[in-house]
Design a protein around this ligand. Sequence first.
Ligand code: ADE
Length: 275
Amino acid sequence: MIFDILTLFPAMFAAPMGQSILGKAQARGLVEVRVHNIRDYATDKHQMTDDRPFGGGEGMVMKPEPLVSAIESLQQETPRPWVVLLTPQGRLFSQAIAWELSHKTRVLFICGRYEGVDERVAEYYTDDQISIGDYVLTGGELAAMVLTDAVARLIPGVLGNEASTATESFNEPILEHPQYTRPRDFRGQGIPEILLSGNHEAIESWRRGQALYRTRQRRPDLFAKLILSRRDEELLRRAEEENEIHSRKSVPTDDQENGFALCRIGALSGSESQR
Ligand code: ADE
């Protein structure tokens, strides 16, 4: 997939796009990020890319000519890019939109600056307008990087583990379960014992319960949209019980043990002394 980025600040993209998973995906030819300087498309002698707003007011507005010249020039190429303007006035970015964009062969992100771009560019020369949140950044560059990252990792082969994108948060609108790694005891804090059981089915159930619990606690808006199965309700009830025990930092009594989750004390399997 090709990501074209139109910006007045191409240098901003070098490190974030060249490192880690995105860097490797580019080296392997799965993704290509092409950054274009809008100023290169300005034809007047001062290479102006912005001007004062008609009607007066604060700040500057990005001029239409260089932007449209860049868009039209890239649209003549094959494949033709899908043109997205990054703006706080766009539709709110989500995992669903990331999936939607990941099916395009080429996208062109336009990064606005200052007071934004001339409305005629937004209206007549873009296919889509996207915001990454209800706050105002100094420009669309960081938003373009967020989209590039979120979309690129959905392209087959980029993460190397297709299952991880298929099961993660927001395909089903639910937060992920907590994760732990070594050491088993970190400064006296252990980990939920179930994770050491080797019982994959029980671990999967525990994770599902924790994910549901966490979603209800942290994102009641998402939780309200879920349709829970009987099993989900039972797993949630167990997670609730376990987390209450954990938050009281007490050891569950034997009759609370159900051979299932048993997160002892500060949730801790590493601390045998606390048993
Ligand atoms: N440009 C400035 N703020 C933005 C936002 N929240 N999302 C996308 N582009 C932006």
